[in-house]
Design a protein around this ligand. Structure first.
Ligand code: SF4
Ligand code: SF4
Length: 157
């Protein structure tokens, strides 16, 4: 499923917020829209505990026997409890970036061909933010980095 499907179905998101500290290089760092829009739900096996998961228990709501959801996003259109900072402003970030759930990790600001995720464009427009540009390396590497906000990725998004 596409991430946003996940978003929709599981609703998601938030991929973001870490890595390069320059919003010009990493558009997510002055955005945060996806973390305040989708319902971010995932399999309970991702929860911290004996099962080897990592998402902090105190930040989630169990929504079914096998699914959990980041608090604040249960109904969609709500802000994730782990999101820090002001939406659409530099400095916004995920407080549990290293331990964020799968939907957040899979939501990609760019599509495989390097073009911007249409959902990012839509959500950013609603915040009055500039649209995301094509991935910088898109012309040279259509399948390039998966997500600019991942700490192990070079400055991009
Ligand atoms: S640019 Fe897209 S992925 Fe990044 S924070 Fe905004 S909506 Fe989320
Ligand atoms: S866990 Fe982090 S990346 Fe995921 S929705 Fe919440 S603030 Fe965004």
């Amino acid at each position: 499923m596409s991430l946003l499907e996940t978003a929709a179905l599981t609703l998601v998101s938030p991929a973001l917020l870490a890595g390069d500290s320059n919003p010009a290089a990493n558009p997510c760092l002055d955005c945060g829209a996806c973390c305040s829009h989708f319902r971010v739900s995932f399999y309970i096996g991702e929860l911290a505990g004996e099962n080897g998961g990592h998402v902090p228990l105190e930040l989630v709501t169990q929504i079914s026997p096998l699914r959990a959801c980041m608090k604040g996003t249960e109904m969609g259109a709500g802000r994730c409890v782990a999101l820090r900072g002001q939406l659409g402003r530099p400095g916004i970030h995920c407080a549990i970036y290293e331990n964020r759930p799968t939907p957040c990790r899979e939501f990609d600001i760019w599509q495989p061909d390097g073009s911007p995720n249409p959902d990012c464009q839509r959500l950013r427009l609603a915040l009055g933010l500039a649209p995301v540009p094509p991935r910088p390396d898109a012309e040279n590497d259509p399948q390039g980095p998966s997500h600019p906000n991942q700490p192990d990725q070079p400055a991009a998004a």
